[in-house]
Design a protein around this ligand. Structure first.
Ligand code: SF4
Length: 667
């Protein structure tokens, strides 16, 4: 629809008295664009909005900017209705030469939890948005027919997805077809069939990676958007080029000095932790009934390297290491199935022309190895690879998918549900046919897929006797760390704003993997809380700058702060505890958003299985998970929240969250 008209008019302008608010001259040299692009899908109008520099000064960008923008949506809106927004977000380092910053995020109201959702992924669409001149693109409303949105610097065009022959296709096909049609200089984010059919576990895919958690792809599907293409040609300046260059050099040196960033991740990807997590009985097995999987050595990093990531074994064809743009680590792996189904194989019709009808994946990553491996009793690498491929094909989150399948397998084993409930599918642990069939159901929403594609909470509602088997927090399925022998992860899952999220404060890295000298996995005292608060602050910093989580395995928060300062000219993090204060500010807003949308303190709770059932073997065997209340109370106190977990007015004032911004929270 042509070039948008520039407009400003943010509904909230915070005080400009903060010391790091830049002058207009400084802003022109900042890596922050200071503009977002609004795209109205219903009217096909688009417009730009200037974001006051004081918003960035307070909230940085990425997640911080995302919650600021999401708070403008109407209270109580339907996550799959026109009033919810889908926000494609970048960070201050996106589009610069900062190491490992080739990422983007999505922020929206989650259809899985009904609360705040942020999810991040590698993908060139992040830098493309920045090069097009924006910090974020917001999709409003619903398109009358399925569309592909093409953004070319400031120009926005709408194309009928049907005419482009991409409706119903897999994200990889969509990416290949659209970039062939529009040009390879475009970056693409798209959804698969699951997003179109509103499976609640659908993700948004970019460059074979996925912002998978919480149903971002479902929101995109509900808006009738199949893909967003972005091309940007404008340079992204930095405030102090020489200082930024030095900061990037130092950051890269630190990243290249970590044991995990130099050896483990490049060699074995995130799969490098499988053996350690299994040895410490933290690897969720058979729907979280145990923390140790006898078949783990068949699906650990070494085994993938020996059989799938070794180019000599796979003939050098699309296998081995790859990396995101400007990455200093290279954790990604490409694996190709050994037994290819063949182009006309009726038992595996999902192979596509664009991949030469080959089953190829980026991975598998640790989370997929747990979810489609140990958690469903599967020690067969080839089956796991094909299951991963099917998830990518339909555009669904592998974590949630594996936890759904694990729940169904246990429910079938216990005789709670049977073949008649699942369109003739009889799930049993590790059964390849059932695994593939169930993924197809979740991905297509056909038959029983209409229920199981909505996640474990929906399954528990449909078959109430399965409720004790539903492993979720707030409707988001648990990721791959059993809290019974890494209790910090219990707090992590419970208090995370998006539901069960391992990245909110990844204490398992210390409790189970022994980083930083290790810490007693059973401890739930002040020492654990201090660790938790430090990791939580680092995660919030990573999410607001949108850099790769793994960089902090080499560099520290201060290197990231230095990159942010020299790129933006803003001294966000001055004074004691400034990184923790940033986290406190952003998390206060996401917590208040969740309360505004109807969640309560009771929603911040672990599944009954974790609290009531003990492991049969291993260090946590027979040891009950203690009452979480004292740890939660201590956490709330540290955060300056009330006893029911609500940020107090005094805390909000101390964090610089003004009454005007609070009006967005409680209109
Ligand atoms: S470490 Fe892995 S996920 Fe992170 S930027 Fe590098 S390749 Fe991408």
């Amino acid at each position: 629809m042509g070039t948008p008209s520039a407009s400003s008019g943010a509904p909230w302008t915070p005080s400009r008295s903060r010391r790091c608010v830049p002058t207009s001259e400084q802003q022109g040299k900042s890596s922050i664009r200071g503009k977002i692009l609004h795209v109205d899908l219903g009217t096909r109008a688009s417009r730009e909005e200037s974001i006051p520099a004081s918003v960035h000064a307070l909230l940085v960008g990425g997640k911080g900017l995302g919650i600021y923008l999401l708070l403008r949506t109407p209270r109580g809106c339907n996550p799959l209705g026109p009033e919810n927004d889908l926000i494609l977000i970048t960070g201050p380092l996106t589009g610069t030469m900062a190491p490992c910053a080739c990422k983007f995020g999505i922020v929206t109201k989650s259809p899985a939890t009904g609360g705040f959702l942020d999810a991040y992924s590698s993908g060139k669409i992040g830098p493309a948005i920045k090069h097009a001149g924006y910090d974020a693109v917001i999709l409003h409303g619903v398109a009358p027919t399925q569309q592909v949105i093409v953004i070319d610097d400031g120009r926005v065009d709408f194309h009928d997805a049907g005419s482009l022959a991409v409706s119903g296709l897999a994200p990889l096909q969509v990416d290949a077809r659209l970039r062939k049609r529009f040009g390879h200089e475009y970056a693409c984010a798209s959804i698969g069939l699951a997003g179109e059919r509103e499976s609640l576990v659908a993700g948004i895919f970019a460059d074979q990676r996925c912002a998978g958690r919480g149903g971002g792809g479902t929101v995109m599907g509900s808006k009738n958007v199949k893909a967003v293409l972005v091309k940007g040609t404008r340079p992204v300046p930095v405030a102090d080029p020489e200082a930024f260059k030095t900061a990037a050099w130092i950051a890269r040196r630190y990243i290249r000095s970590g044991e995990s960033t130099v050896r483990a991740l490049p060699l074995l990807g995130t799969a490098n932790i499988v053996d350690t997590i299994n040895a410490t009985h933290v690897l969720p097995t058979r729907n979280f009934q145990a923390g140790h999987f006898a078949g783990a050595s068949e699906i650990d990093g070494e085994s993938w390297r020996e059989h799938y990531w070794n180019e000599a074994v796979t003939g050098g064809r699309r296998s081995g290491n790859i990396a995101c743009q400007h990455c200093a680590i290279s954790c990604s792996k490409i694996a190709r199935a050994k037994e290819q189904p063949g182009r006309d194989d009726p038992s595996f019709p999902e192979t596509v022309q664009e991949l030469d009808h080959q089953v190829v994946i980026d991975g598998p990553e640790y989370e997929t190895i747990f979810s489609l491996g140990s958690n469903i009793g599967n020690a067969d690498r080839e089956v796991l690879l094909k299951a991963n491929y099917l998830c990518d094909h339909y555009g669904i989150d592998t974590i949630s998918t594996g936890v759904i399948i694990g729940m169904l397998m246990e429910a079938a084993e216990k005789g709670i549900i049977g073949k008649d409930d699942l369109d003739g599918i009889a799930p049993s642990w590790g059964d390849a046919v059932a695994i593939f069939q169930l993924i197809r159901k979740i991905g297509t929403m056909d038959g029983c897929g209409a229920t199981i594609g909505k996640g474990v909470r929906a399954i528990a509602r449909r078959w109430p006797a399965t409720a004790p088997l539903a492993m979720h927090v707030k409707g988001l399925e648990l990721p791959g760390y059993d809290p019974r022998h890494a209790r910090g992860m219990g707090l992590c899952y419970a208090v995370s704003d998006r539901g069960a999220c391992h990245l909110h404060a990844f204490t398992a890295s210390v409790e189970a993997m022994g980083n930083a000298g290790g810490m007693d996995p059973f401890d739930m005292g002040q020492r654990k809380l201090d660790l938790f608060l430090t990791l939580q602050a680092e995660s919030a910093l990573v999410d607001s700058s949108i850099t790769c989580f793994f960089t902090l395995n080499g560099m520290q928060a201060k290197e990231l702060v230095s990159l942010l300062r020299t790129a933006t000219g803003l001294d966000f993090f001055k004074g004691q505890d400034s990184v923790r204060k940033h986290a406190a500010r952003v998390l206060a807003l996401t917590r208040l958003y969740n309360y505004r949308e109807g969640l309560t303190a009771n929603d911040y709770a672990l599944p009954g299985r974790i609290l009531k059932e003990t492991h049969a073997t291993g260090p946590a065997s027979g040891i009950a998970f203690p009452d979480m209340a004292p740890l939660l109370a201590a956490y709330y106190k540290e955060m300056g929240w009330s006893s029911d977990g609500k940020p107090t007015p005094a805390t909000l004032a101390a964090l610089g969250i003004t009454p005007a911004l609070q009006d967005l929270i409680e209109p």
